[in-house]
Every structure is written in C-alpha cells, then in structure tokens.
Design a protein around this ligand. Structure first.
Ligand SMILES: Cc1cc2nc3c(=O)[nH]c(=O)nc-3n(C[C@H](O)[C@H](O)[C@H](O)COP(=O)(O)OP(=O)(O)OC[C@H]3O[C@@H](n4cnc5c(N)ncnc54)[C@H](O)[C@@H]3O)c2cc1C
Length: 356
C-alpha cells in the first residue's frame, strides 16, 4: 500500500467509487460520512416480499458508459424499465385524463437489478483496506504547512490529499475553509444546482399489478401533484410497485397529506384498487439536509454542473472538489458520480507517483 493519507468526504456513489479506484491502484483511504448510512442520493428501501423501492437514483441509459463499465467490473446486472404500450396523460385540469399510445422506445432506460443500493453495497464490500466512518459530519478544513486538517464535530484528521464529493452548493455553505477558497469558486459553487435536491419521490407497493389490465404504470400529468409515474416492479417481475415524482412544492405538507394526495390522484386513473397498497414510501429530498442547501437566488436545473473550475485543485494542490455535479460528461447523474471519481482518483495516483 502506498503511504499518502487520503481523506474522502461523503460515502455516496462518488466517494465510494473514488476509494474503490484508489484501492485497485494500491492506495487506501478514509471516508467520512455524515449520515448513518451509505449511498447519499442512492437509497433503496428493501422490505421482505416487496419490490426494492428507489427513493433516489433509479435510471441509466446506454450513453452512461462510466457507470456501465463500473457495473460490469462489479458483475452487477441491469434490466429495462418497461413503459408499456399505453400511458395515461393528463394535460389540463378541466378535461379528463387521456389514454395515449406510446411509440416504440429505441433508447430505453435501464434499472440496476436488485436496486441501485446494490451498487453501493458492492463497492463498500470491495473496500477491504479502506475505512468508512459514519456519523462523521465534516465542519472545517484547514491547510497548514503542507498538511490538510479536516475536522468533524468530534475528531480531527490530518491528510496529504482531501477529496470532497459533497454537492458544491452544500460544500461551500456548510464547511468552513481556512484559508478561504478563491472567490470565483465560491461564487460558482453557490450557483451550482444540486440535481434532484428539491425532488419528492413517492411509491406504493402492491400484491398485484392491476394497472396493466387496461393501460400501464406510465403516467404524465400537468395537473399533479404527481407529475410522472412508472411501473416499479422488480427485475424478476415477481413483486409489484408504482413509483413517481410529486411536485417539489408539496414539501410543506405532512407525509399523511402527501399519501392522501397520491391515493386521490391514482384512484382517478386506476380506481379503488390503488387503495389495496401494502406500503407507502416517500422521500422529500429538500428536507434531507446533507443533500440540499437553499440557493441565494433562482437557479436553473443543472446550472454550473460540469463547470471546468471543478477540474482545478485547491489548497496547494491537496484539495479536490469531486462528486456528480463536477463531472464533464453527465453531471448530476450516477454516471457523473462515477466519472468524477475516476478523474480524481487518477489525479491522486499521478501526484503520488511524482512525489515518490
Ligand atoms: C430523487 C432522486 C432521483 C434521482 N434519479 C436519478 C436517476 O434516475 N438516474 C441518475 O443517473 N441519477 C439520478 N439521481 C442523481 C444521483 O443520485 C446522483 O447523481 C448521485 O447519486 C450523486 O452521487 P455523489 O456521490 O456525487 O453525491 P451524494 O450521493 O449526494 O453523496 C454525497 C455524500 O456526502 C455526504 N455529506 C454531506 N455533507 C457532509 C459532511 N459535512 N461531512 C461528511 N459527509 C457529508 C452525504 O451524506 C452524502 O452521502 C437522482 C437523485 C435523486 C435525489
């Protein structure tokens, strides 16, 4: 093992993949994660005799080659997201919902077999010499005499290299830097959109996929509060679920109110069978503080994602800003998390070989 002390902030896909790429090249690292779980914006709920429910990232496409390559290395399979032949479409509140024919899909989306968290768990299982510390919220980073000191609420760590995988807006607003980072970087980070940070996912699990009788689980609505819905049954098609996005502005409602909104809207399309659900699951990501941080003003989806400023190094070449939003190809997506991990791991490997 090479001797540089490497600290990674965040045990989401990017942090775990960085540690994985480093370890394959003989470097061990320590990951500091504020949550009490791995995965960050990847969060699958597993319940006995139910379809795995994705409260975070779900879909990938053939263009996501960094992610596909990693899944193939880890021998993790994927399966097509079925949309069905017909979908429900609700364009306006003054007319009833319509049934529309779906064209054949030349470029389907795929889901990770047994849930997106199986990628997270597999990466963690491959880390045999690296350490993951949960419940470790980083609050400050200081550069002094060529060493970086990283402080959590209760501990202090010295490192030769530090990689942040926090969404940039969260990083810049929640961690104190001494000395302060360049003004231009701060300005861009504060205006970097955190993909899906404001989203609400809702899901119902069922014993029987009754929605397939007359249509499919695919629904698009301009009326809401659910704007999109999909069949979320498992890869084997043995456990059934419907999952979608609720308009993010419903974050102020109670979970019970949101559940009632979901049942009311879906009963309109599918009838009372909707009420035979086994479990209701939801995640209001805006309220999950280690992801979203409010912006100073209005910013666009994906604004400043992949900005080249994130390819520079900071604190005398020892601090790197990584994570999905920094990736050049598909920032904000799982593919971006993996690409950013491979870029930063390679930078550290190169720097280390120059030092020795
Ligand atoms: C609802 C939703 C749906 C999505 N759907 C898709 C999809 O279908 N396809 C797709 O490709 N992508 C999707 N995404 C995006 C995808 O989840 C992300 O691109 C990817 O998971 C980001 O990984 P990351 O490691 O870069 O960041 P994160 O997963 O955000 O990881 C950052 C980690 O840092 C930790 N952290 C934060 N603050 C601190 C601190 N102070 N100290 C220590 N640790 C800290 C966090 O807890 C977190 O674990 C979705 C995201 C959401 C929320």
């Amino acid at each position: 093992m090479k001797n540089s002390k490497i600290l990674i902030l965040g045990a989401g896909l990017s942090g775990l993949a960085t540690a994985y790429y480093l370890e394959r090249n003989g470097f061990k690292s320590t990951i500091l994660e504020t949550r009490n779980r791995l995965g960050g914006r990847i969060h699958t709920i597993y319940k006995k005799d139910e379809a795995p429910v994705e409260l975070g990232a779900t879909w990938m496409g053939k263009k996501h080659t960094h992610l596909i390559h990693l899944l193939s290395n880890l021998k993790i399979e994927s399966f097509i997201q079925e949309l069905g032949k017909k979908a429900i479409y609700e364009p306006i509140s003054t007319s009833p919902p319509q049934m529309v024919e779906l064209p054949s899909n030349e470029d389907p989306s795929f889901r990770i077999a047994n849930g997106s968290s199986s990628l997270i768990n597999s990466l963690a299982n491959h880390l045999t010499s690296s350490e993951i510390i949960l419940n470790a919220k980083v609050i400050s980073i200081k550069s002094k005499n060529g060493i970086i000191e990283v402080n959590t609420m209760s501990e202090s760590f010295d490192a030769d290299f530090v990689v942040s995988t926090l969404p940039p807006n969260l990083l810049i607003n929640t961690i104190e830097f001494i000395p302060s980072l360049p003004k231009e970087l701060i300005q861009i980070a504060k205006n970097t959109h955190t993909w899906m940070g404001e989203s609400i996912k809702i899901c119902l699990t069922f014993d029987f996929p009754f929605w397939r009788k007359n249509s499919s689980g695919t629904m698009f609505s301009n009326v809401g509060p659910i704007s999109e819905l999909y069949d979320h049954s498992n890869a084997e098609d043995s456990y059934y679920a419907l999952k979608g996005f609720m308009n993010g502005s419903f974050y102020g409602a109670t979970p019970n109110e949101r559940q009632n909104f979901v049942l009311d809207q879906l009963s309109k399309y599918y009838g009372d069978e909707v009420k035979s659900f086994r479990n209701y699951h939801e995640c209001v990501w805006r309220l999950k503080s280690p992801t979203f941080y409010p912006y100073d003003g209005y910013i666009l989806p994906h604004q400043n994602n992949g900005n080249p400023i994130y390819m520079k190094d900071y604190m005398e070449g020892k601090f790197f800003i990584s994570g999905s939003e920094t990736a050049p190809s598909f920032p904000g997506y799982m593919d971006g998390a993996v690409e950013s991990a491979s870029i930063v791991a390679q930078k550290i490997i190169n720097l280390n070989s120059k030092m020795n």
